[in-house]
Design a protein around this ligand. Structure first.
Ligand code: NAD
Length: 387
C-alpha cells in the first residue's frame, strides 16, 4: 500500500509541466512508499489553469497561492513560478509546515535565500531546490568518478552555458514567457538563470568556489516592456564570464550568454585532474567523456593505450539507469526531474534528506551575488560559500 503525497503545484509553465510529469511517473519507476497525488494546480489565470488541470489530471485549481497554502489537504508546495515569487511563497509555506520543492535560482538575492533557508530549517520541513542537472545520469556518473578518486588532484574546471534566443532586438521584456528579461522579476540575467546551474554542478563535483572575478554585458540596452507598453532599459546581464578560485586550489572559467548563435541549451563542463578528466555536454546528454591517466590506487595507464573514452551512460550499473530501460536505450531531459523527485521522496522515507536543499542552494546564490558584485566593482570578490 502506498501513502499519498498531496501536491500543490504553483505555475503551469515550462516547469509546471516538467514537474507534473515527474509526479505522475515517479512511483511507476522507483520503488517508493509514497505516491504523489496531483491535488491542486495554482496559477492566476483560471481558464488556463482549468485547462492545465484537465490535461494533467489535477483534482482542483487555485488562483491565489495563499489559498493553496492554507489548505489542509496539501502536504507539499512546489514553487514553479518566476524568481520574484519564491521568497514570499516559501516563507508562507514553511510557516504552514508544508514540505517545499522550489525552482532555481532559490531567490533573487543572498539576503532572500538566507531568510528562506532559516524559515525551512526553523520549521523542520523537508525541502529541495530543483537543480535537476545533477540527476542527468552522466553527470551523476562524473560525481561518482570524483568520489572514487578517478580525477585525483583537481587543476581546472571549465563550464559554458550558451543559448541564442534573445539576439533579436525586438524581443520584448516582461510578462508571460519573457519575465526572464525583466530584472525586477528575474533578479539577474544569465547569471541566475543559467550560470546558477553551472555553479551548482561545479560545486557538487569540485567543492566550494571561494573567489570570483567577473565581467557582464548587456548587448541590447532597451526593450519594449510587455506590461507597460513602453521602451524600458534592460537591467539583466545578457552575458557573463567569470574566473573562479576553488577552495581545493583548482581554478575555473565560466561563460554564459543568450547571444551564442546556434547554441540552444549548450551546457558543458570539463574537469581536469592529475589522474583523469571528465567532459560533459547537455546537447549530447547520454555520454560522459572520460580520460583515464591512472585508476585509483593503480599504475599509470600504458601510454600507447591512453585516450578519451566515450561512455554511453545507459548500463544498469550507471546512476538511475536500473530504473529505466535496457542498456543502450537512452533517457532524456524529463527524466532528470523524475530522478530528482525520487531522491527527494526516498530522503523523506529514509530520514536522509537529499541534496541540494535550501542551505546548499544558498551557497550557489552566494556565488551568483559575488559574480554580479565583481562585475560592478571590477575586483575579485570572496563568495563566503560554506559547504
Ligand atoms: N530547473 C530548471 O532547469 C529550470 C528550467 C526552467 C525554469 N526554471 C525555473 O522555474 C521557475 C519558473 O520558470 P518557467 O520557465 O516554468 O516559467 P514560465 O513562464 O514557463 O511559467 C511560470 C508560471 O508561473 C505562473 N505564475 C507567475 N506568477 C504567479 C503567481 N504570482 N502566482 C501563481 N502563479 C504564478 C505563470 O502563470 C506560469 O504558469 C523559475 O524560477 C525558473 O528560473 C528552472
Amino acid at each position: 500500500m502506498t501513502k499519498p503525497l498531496n501536491v500543490g503545484m504553483i505555475g503551469y509553465g515550462f516547469m509546471g509541466r516538467a514537474h507534473s510529469n515527474a509526479y505522475l511517473k515517479v512511483s511507476r519507476f522507483f520503488p517508493l512508499a509514497h505516491q504523489p497525488v496531483l491535488k491542486a494546480i495554482c496559477a492566476r489565470n483560471k481558464e488556463k489553469a482549468d485547462a492545465f488541470a484537465q490535461n494533467w489530471g489535477y483534482e482542483s485549481v487555485e488562483t491565489d497561492w495563499r489559498k493553496l497554502i492554507e489548505r489542509s489537504d496539501i502536504d507539499l508546495i512546489d514553487i514553479g513560478s518566476p524568481n520574484n515569487t519564491h521568497l514570499e511563497i516559501a516563507l508562507a509555506a514553511a510557516k504552514a509546515g508544508k514540505m517545499i520543492l522550489c525552482e532555481k535560482p532559490l531567490a533573487m538575492t543572498v539576503a532572500e535565500a538566507e531568510q528562506m533557508t532559516e524559515a525551512v530549517e526553523k520549521a523542520g520541513i523537508p525541502n529541495m531546490v530543483w537543480f535537476n542537472y545533477r540527476r542527468v545520469p552522466a553527470i551523476s556518473l562524473a560525481k561518482s568518478f570524483v568520489d572514487e578518486g578517478r580525477i585525483g588532484r583537481a587543476f581546472h574546471y571549465r563550464a559554458c552555458y550558451l543559448q541564442d534566443w534573445t539576439i533579436a532586438e525586438d524581443v520584448p521584456q516582461g510578462g508571460a514567457a519573457l519575465w526572464r528579461l525583466d530584472v525586477d522579476v528575474a533578479g539577474s540575467g544569465v547569471t541566475g538563470d543559467l550560470l546558477a546551474h553551472s555553479i551548482d554542478t561545479a560545486m557538487w563535483l569540485n567543492g566550494a568556489i571561494a573567489e570570483v572575478s567577473a565581467a557582464t554585458e548587456t548587448f541590447v540596452k532597451e526593450r519594449l516592456h510587455q506590461e507597460t507598453g513602453k521602451m524600458q532599459p534592460v537591467g539583466i546581464d545578457d552575458a557573463c564570464m567569470f574566473l573562479a578560485k576553488f577552495a581545493n586550489g583548482s581554478i575555473g572559467t565560466f561563460e554564459s550568454t543568450r547571444y551564442a548563435r546556434g547554441r540552444k541549451n549548450f551546457n558543458t563542463f570539463e574537469l581536469n585532474g592529475a589522474d583523469g578528466s571528465v567532459h560533459f555536454n547537455l546537447e549530447d546528454p547520454q555520454y560522459l567523456d572520460y580520460f583515464e591517466y591512472r585508476a585509483p590506487g593503480g599504475p599509470k595507464v600504458p601510454g600507447h593505450t591512453t585516450g578519451w573514452r566515450r561512455i554511453h551512460v545507459t548500463n544498469a550499473e550507471h546512476p538511475y539507469m536500473d530504473k529505466w530501460w535496457v542498456p543502450g536505450c537512452t533517457v532524456g531531459y524529463e527524466h532528470t526531474f523524475i530522478n530528482a523527485l525520487a531522491d527527494f521522496i526516498a530522503g523523506i522515507e529514509t530520514g536522509k534528506p537529499t541534496q541540494p536543499d535550501f542551505r546548499n542552494a544558498l551557497q550557489t546564490q552566494r556565488v551568483c551575488d559575488a559574480v554580479l558584485k565583481s562585475a560592478k566593482t571590477r575586483q575579485w570578490e570572496k563568495t563566503g560559500v560554506t559547504l
